[in-house]
Design a protein around this ligand. Structure first.
Ligand SMILES: C[S@@+](CC[C@H](N)C(=O)[O-])C[C@H]1O[C@@H](n2cnc3c(N)ncnc32)[C@H](O)[C@@H]1O
Length: 220
């Protein structure tokens, strides 16, 4: 039987290979580098700085190994930003496939005990985590307007249904005017779908291995 395996990426950080989907959870050109570039440096940090925020809400579509969540929690601690973080995950990984950064962080020990359903967990003074085991298309009962969306589904090649207008429309329940979405994936049909759904988009420089990434703001 095919099993999940941990893989070391070009910057030394770990990702996981999904044997059925046939894709890694992050870029093999550098998992941590990609997460920091796309979600923190192009998303959360400029948004908080531009609006002078010190607290806010983040939705992640695809919690996966928890790498994005852990890096975001560390950032929140460094900046004293209070974050409420929802990581949707309908197919939780086995607990031993979560990011080694989580495994080695005693603050995150409770997640290892409660995995895979994290209703609400305070991790330090600045980060409150929720991991409902539902997909975006079933997430409405949890929805509330968030400031930032990390859209981190598997690629359209491997999980095309995550990138249709219909599926992206389920984000509406989580948005308000001004909500910003960032994703590593930039294809014409995704931009067109987002425009149809009331988002304004722009291309931004991509993480190593990708020329561009996508930034979007809910404007209608
Ligand atoms: C590219 S991986 C995410 C990597 C993750 N953000 C991390 O930091 O490790 C894509 C994730 O989307 C999840 N997923 C699959 N179908 C989904 C759905 N319908 N809604 C939300 N997430 C989904 C997968 O189980 C997988 O964990």
């Amino acid at each position: 039987m095919a099993t999940f395996s941990r893989v070391k990426t070009a910057d030394g950080s770990a990702t996981v290979f999904h044997p059925v989907v046939g894709e890694h959870y992050h870029s093999i050109h550098g998992a941590q580098t990609e997460s920091e570039h796309v979600f923190l440096n192009s998303g959360l940090i400029p948004f908080f700085e531009a609006h002078g925020l010190s607290d806010g809400k983040v939705l992640e579509v695809g919690f996966g190994t928890g790498l994005n969540a852990w890096l975001t929690a560390e950032l929140a601690k460094r900046r004293s930003w209070k974050l409420d973080y929802w990581g949707l995950e309908p197919f939780p990984l086995p607990v031993d496939m979560l990011s080694p950064l989580i495994e080695n962080d005693s603050t995150w020990a409770p997640i290892l005990e409660q995995w895979p359903t994290i209703e609400q967990l305070e991790l330090g003074n600045y980060f409150r985590l929720h991991v409902p085991n539902v997909g975006l298309e079933k997430s409405e009962p949890w929805a509330l307007p968030v400031d930032l969306i990390y859209y981190d589904a598997f690629s359209p090649t491997h999980q095309p249904e995550m990138w249709t207008t219909e599926r992206l429309g389920f984000l509406n329940a989580w948005t308000k005017p001004g909500t910003v979405l960032v994703t590593y994936c930039i294809r014409g049909h995704i931009r067109r779908s987002l425009h149809e759904l009331g988002w304004t988009t722009k291309k931004m420089p991509g993480a190593p291995g990708k020329r561009e990434m996508l930034w979007a703001e809910k404007t209608a």
